[in-house]
Design a protein around this ligand. Structure first.
Ligand SMILES: C[S@@+](CC[C@H](N)C(=O)[O-])C[C@H]1O[C@@H](n2cnc3c(N)ncnc32)[C@H](O)[C@@H]1O
Length: 224
């Protein structure tokens, strides 16, 4: 176990302009796989056209883990929320290439989506992989995982549903652990950090980081 603070992936994610291919995927596939943000709750059964476990992913970035997980778990439906348009285009392209039918996307702020579009007790799981670390002390308050946000997540999770957070910043991991431990509606599935669940793929950045001795922390909690 390492105690370094260097990020493995956070700065690797390309936050650049939308490529032509991403734009094309966005234009052609968003009508089929995208949900428009609205201030009324969405019927997820209708949106996916079937009854199946519904997993929300917040901030999927370029979407490789999302596509991988959806491909290997066709029994589940995955709702991805991301603000970054090249990422949305990139995941749509993977949906097309892999022929996936169990992903829907919303390009919007996930906090507003949770508040307004997701009905209470509807989610079977929530994935938050490598949330922006906001590593400067004065920016820590911008971090997504805070007590109010976690309480909102708990309200939207079904009893028995899970929350899975992964981060490569040790001090963020410690903060997440503290916030989740303090949420009365959650119970830790491990003593503190969890082993990486089988479904979360190791990306090449993570593999490289692990080879260099950097750490990644998974936290998996269950809704009571
Ligand atoms: C460090 S990246 C990680 C991306 C991806 N999960 C991964 O593992 O590669 C964090 C992502 O969260 C997205 N994000 C941050 N705040 C968000 C919010 N409030 N709603 C939706 N997406 C958000 C950012 O646009 C960014 O793509």
């Amino acid at each position: 176990m390492t105690t370094q603070h260097r990020p493995i992936r956070s700065f690797v994610l390309r936050q650049g302009r939308v490529s032509n291919a991403q734009q094309r995927s966005f234009d052609t596939l968003m009508p089929a796989f995208g949900l428009t943000y609205s201030e009324t709750t969405v019927d997820l059964t209708q949106a996916f056209g079937r009854t199946a476990p519904k997993i929300l992913e917040i901030g999927f970035g370029m979407g490789e883990p999302t596509a991988h997980i959806a491909q290997h778990h066709p029994e589940n439906d995955y709702l991805g929320v991301e603000v970054h348009m090249p990422g949305v285009g990139s995941l749509l392209k993977q949906i097309e290439e892999l022929g996936l039918t169990n992903i829907r996307l919303i390009q919007h702020d996930a906090v507003e989506v949770l508040k307004n579009m997701i009905a209470p007790a509807t989610l079977d799981g929530v994935h938050i992989f490598f949330p922006d670390p906001w590593h400067k002390k004065r920016h820590n308050k911008r971090r997504l995982i805070q007590a109010d946000f976690v309480s909102l997540l708990c309200d939207r999770l079904k009893p028995g549903g899970y929350l899975h957070v992964a981060t490569d910043w040790q001090d963020y991991a410690e903060q997440v652990l503290e916030v989740l431990n303090n949420e009365p509606n959650l119970i830790n599935t491990a003593d503190d950090y969890a082993p990486k669940p089988e479904y979360r793929p190791l990306t090449k950045f993570e593999q490289r980081g692990l080879r260099l001795g950097h750490g990644v922390w998974d936290l998996v909690f269950k809704r009571k």
